[in-house]
Design a binder for this molecule. Structure first.
Ligand code: SD4
Length: 318
């Protein structure tokens, strides 16, 4: 049996003090629990919770959870209704990962409402981990996914307006929501994560962000914890953000401290233009402790555990 000292070290208590713990008590793992980015995480968590609260697998929970947001045409940064690239194509990025380093990912996928489920099919039904563009679409169709028009009238009007000036100026916290990243710990102690997005609005055709890149937009290590990211993908990829957060937790940092250190790396490298950059991380460890941090105010995340489903404002660097 682990000694108290070993347990405290694992839980990150040694480094940061008991007050930094979020929910878990010292004796009990806080599970099941699910976290997701932005305010639409509340609905997504509710769907994931149905799986988690009935003893289901975290992998099923995160897939079901993020599908809710992908399928909602009102959400303009994920799945159906997502903002197009500058040529008017809605191109989607998504990835999924379980507790055992199984991974699946799709990038620049068009015409499919639920890219997360295609990513899961890549993981479970191919010898590969990532499919992109036409190849990803061809695979999705072969698996019975239906071709769908993802550009909704509302997104088309906005895009045509944008074309008048055609200036690519990514904004932080667009409409206060963005990519959905979800990480969960199930009642058997298994971790999983999912991340899905239509990416930066009016990006170049073919641009891929952090969200489908395992280690950047998402990372899960079943022995340690999980992390997912939102915001300007180029900045997250540059620091291999979510892998960094998980490795920091492995070294004993709490989820909160790990997110803060990853944000600090972004901040230090991009001081000159930091006002134009948003990056946010959420993280969860094996004990069910969680944390989040972002570059600038405005990022929030949803947490559902036994005590309910709530939206929390993340702390920020500036
Ligand atoms: C991307 N991280 O494509 C994603 C989308 C996002 O603010 O979160 N945009 O870079």
């Amino acid at each position: 049996m682990a000694s108290r000292r070993t347990f405290l070290k694992k839980a990150g208590v040694g480094a940061l003090g008991i007050s930094s713990l979020s929910k878990a008590s010292l004796n009990e793992v806080n599970k099941p629990i699910v976290l997701s980015t932005w305010r639409f995480g509340i609905e997504a968590n509710a769907a994931a919770w149905k799986v988690l609260s009935s003893g289901g697998w975290a992998l099923d929970a995160v897939e079901k959870g993020v599908r809710v947001v992908e399928s909602d045409p009102k959400e303009r940064s994920v799945g159906l209704g997502g903002r197009p690239d500058r040529d008017g194509h809605v191109t989607l990025d998504a990835c999924i990962m379980d507790e055992d380093l199984n991974i699946g990912s799709v990038a620049c996928l068009e015409h499919i409402e639920n890219p997360i489920s295609v990513a899961r099919a890549v993981m479970e039904k191919t010898p590969h981990v990532m499919l992109v563009g036409d190849g990803a679409l061809q695979f999705a169709l072969s698996q019975g996914f239906k071709k769908t028009e993802l550009l909704t009238p509302a997104s088309e009007v906005e895009w045509k307006n944008w074309l008048k000036e055609s200036l690519y100026i990514p904004k932080a916290n667009i409409e206060n929501h963005d990519t959905i990243g979800m990480i969960a710990l199930d009642s058997s102690g298994r971790l999983s994560g999912a991340c899905t997005t239509s990416g930066m609005a009016y990006k170049m055709h073919g641009r891929v962000g952090d969200s489908p890149i395992i280690g950047a937009g998402l990372y899960v290590d079943g022995e340690v914890g999980a992390a997912t990211a939102t915001g300007h993908g180029e900045e997250v990829i540059r620091i291999a953000g979510c892998h960094l957060v998980v490795e920091l937790m492995r070294q004993g940092k709490s989820p909160q401290a790990a997110c803060e250190e990853a944000v600090e790396r972004v901040y230090k490298k991009q001081k000159e233009r930091i006002k134009d950059i948003q990056v946010g991380f959420i993280a969860l460890n094996k004990q069910g402790e969680y944390g989040a941090f972002c570059v600038q105010p405005g990022f929030n995340y949803a947490v559902h555990d036994q005590s309910g489903n709530k939206l929390i404002d993340s702390g920020s660097r500036i």
